[in-house]
Design a protein around this ligand. Sequence first.
Ligand code: IVH
Length: 661
Amino acid sequence: MNIKDRINELIDYINKASYEYYILDNPTITDQEYDDYYNELLSLEEKYPEFKREDSPTNRVGGDVLDKFEKVTHEHPMLSFDDIFNNEEIILFDERVRKTVSNPYYTLEPKMDGLSGSLIYENGILVRGATRGDGVTGEDITNNVKTIKSIPLKLTENINIEVRGEIYMSKIAFEKANIERRKNNESEFANPRNAAAGSVRQLDSKITAKRNLDFMAYFIPNPEDYGLKTQSESLEYLKKLGFVTNYKLNKRAKNINEIINYIEDLSEKRKNLPYNIDGVVLKVDNLEDEKKLGFTSRVPRWGIAYKFPAEEVLTTLKEIKFTVGRTGKITPNAIFSPVHVDGSLVSKATLHNSDYCIDKDVRIGDTISIRKAGDVIPEVVEVKLERRKKNSIPFKMINNCPICNSKLVKKDANYFCLNDNCAAKYIESLIHFVSRDAMYIEGFGDRIIEDFYNMNYLKNIDDFYTLYKYKDELKTLEGFGEKSIENLLKSIENSKKNSLERLLFGLGIRHVGKKTAKILSMYYKTMDNLINADFEELKSITDIGSIIAQSIVDYFKNDKNINLINRLKELDVNMRYTGLDIDSSNNKINGKTFVITGTLSVPREKIKEKLESLGANVTGSVTKKTDYVIIGEKAGSKLDKAKQLNIKIINEDEYNSMIQN
Ligand code: IVH
């Protein structure tokens, strides 16, 4: 046999063995045989690199170290489901579905606790892996996903397809990774999800390869293109293509009883599974039914994520420590003996504000119960009064800022430090500016920002963009090398190109969260447009209420803020919304405001995306500023409002011919 054929044969043996091991759970060769094939392949490929194939299992060891992750735009937005937490909400979901679909079937799937990933195959070969990112744009993690052994490098069919699933770390891999980290004196991962997230975002894929991540496939964004009629068929098809699916635990259900029984059963089994799950995902099985249900402005209506109740754990309160946020808000925090909550080790939880402490009557030395609130921040749920020690001292709010000692002022339930020059506020706003959902400047931990602040390199947000002037000086600082400063400066430089919403969120305007920043950027497109917006106009935008509108107006009234924006402009920081490449050539659409209502043949989200890519604004309510209302079946009050205001109403066909223009 010639070399090329032998290489091909070895690849086939090894890929077959992996398939049997990972997918069929039924290995047919021993580990020794596997290693022998692998080593033979490796040495042949080294000698004859011209015969090395894209889908060779030797590609799984990781490749070159990257400077940064490239951004990728998802062809189909990567949405997630709304979360629900109890049986009543499941019943409500089912009732809502039944308004549109008679006798729905659901698929019930364990909700894997990792991070979602998208894989793209061309002619059956894995060509790209990406993180979800903000759902529209993610990061290219191709090198890293190639190291995940349960991800096929080649499918059983030579097709083009996008596959979504969860990248996760098993409980065993997590334990092993932490043993390794302890050995190397590194801080341990808090839980398998953090460990998976940290491993998948490694610029050096050789590190990812060592972490033993896994992938569970659960979704094809365009199933109809493969002749699939149900989600169950999608799952079957994914398995056939060579993916690991949860086929032993995924089920079909036709009523509430079956759903509730499944959840109860799974919450029992949960402890013994080899990976963490945090709930159950329910999806309407029939894809035609899914289409009928469509999407809200954010999420699909045809599915929901039921989350298991958060675990509550008892511990002892050692100290109440006050911190100052970037708005000057003072937060009391409970510091306690470290405990494991939902898989992470925690030693600190929020006590929200002084009223909360007084209501709960928390006292140092008390036994308290801790729970993870929402996803991350733990909170103190309850004080076990029956276990209270005698002589405990009631909570007392502090009168002065713990950082600058200014007198605190109470507004509603919260106390604030009003000193504009309080170091804590500056440091917090700098930390916020670089954070993941804001400008996402990698390499800046909280500690570095604090140190740079204290050493006078960073005082204001715009100082990030002049930091390069101190490059030589910074390189000499203890704990920094040439490379780390170069990388830091490079990420600062890259952040200049960010789309407007990141900057807006990063500025820390009160009440402007990540979602509001996105809405404002999509609506106004440039910072200058937003600066010139008045209260009434802001308030007319869907999801912007008067409190947010006022806060924005106040922010831009302040010269200090306008000066900051001008300095950032001079430093070349982008002030435009670039989330989508806008094609402004269709003047029937560019700059016009649309409202979409009723059921259409394509999800409204898709139409919205298309219109926005042609330069339109798509809003949720009909006002006199609306230019067109696109109506589908069962259009209700928005249609009435459009008629009342004499706004042009168009149907789906008219919309289609309009976008052809
Ligand atoms: S389907 C349109 N199936 O939980 C939503 N998601 O909100 C498509 N997840 O962000 C996702 N297990 O990361 C789906 N069996 C499963 C899942 C699952 C875990 C995650 C996913 C998503 C969130 C659901």
